[in-house]
Ligand binder design. Sequence first.
Ligand code: IPE
Ligand code: IPE
Ligand code: MG
Length: 263
Amino acid sequence: MKKFVSSTQSVPDSSAVPRHVAIIMDGNGRWARSRLLPRIAGHKRGGEAVRAIVRAAAERGIEYLTVFAFSSENWRRPAEEVSLLMQLFLNALQQEVRELHENGIRFRVVGDVSRFDRKIVELIEAGEQLTASNQRLTLTIAANYGGRWDVVQAMQRLLAEQPQRAAELAEADLAPYLSMHYAPEPDLFIRTGGEQRISNFLLWQLAYSELYFTDTLWPDFDARALDVAIQWYQQRERRFGRTSEQVAEQRGRAKASKTVVGG
Ligand code: IPE
Ligand code: IPE
Ligand code: MG
């Protein structure tokens, strides 16, 4: 399996198109309320937006797309909304996984799925197996996910397997146990719906991500809106702790070596 070095350990390569985009899809409820519709109507439209963004991400050469569908805190919502969200998730698993597979998309779920119905867990496992060798885009759904849960479960598994490491634990020891160990850290983080917070999403992995916030509500977020976010990302100077001059020098060196290779 590919191993990714963390941005706090060494400087990752930057590319024009973000390799990994992670999204907090927020604003479904407000989208519905502004149309005098029940909240669940917003979640349904939100599901359609996911389909469109998955397609657009694959077309743009993004390698990893991670979307926050249900947080470990979302159980606090009214029971009826939680139950309708579970129903929507179940329907999506039944209806969409085949098409993902036909499009070469790998499907994965991160989060504590043990709290979901058995039927949902079975469909997740089947979908992950079916799409396991797909290479085009890895779509990760974060469901009953919490960033703090992720760090704690990683620590528990690490210490169960390698108790002798406790005294000299390093960042790189923990990384393989985090639930998104198979992906590089997000280059671009997007949150729709106007709030500027992380809401317990990928806490560890967002250490050096570029953070993009938009007032657009998730059901209205489309391929054009994704392009605006990518263009914003492309204007950022990713320094990873270094100075601007060092970054410019490195860019110059990379350009020069390309010119030599190209003749
Ligand atoms: C995000 O939309 C979807 C989930 C959290 C499941 P919200 O449901 O949070 O929408 P708002 O924030 O109430 O508008
Ligand atoms: C974050 O949205 C979780 C998901 C999008 C699944 P919330 O709407 O639950 O976040 P808060 O509670 O407003 O921070
Ligand atoms: Mg919200």
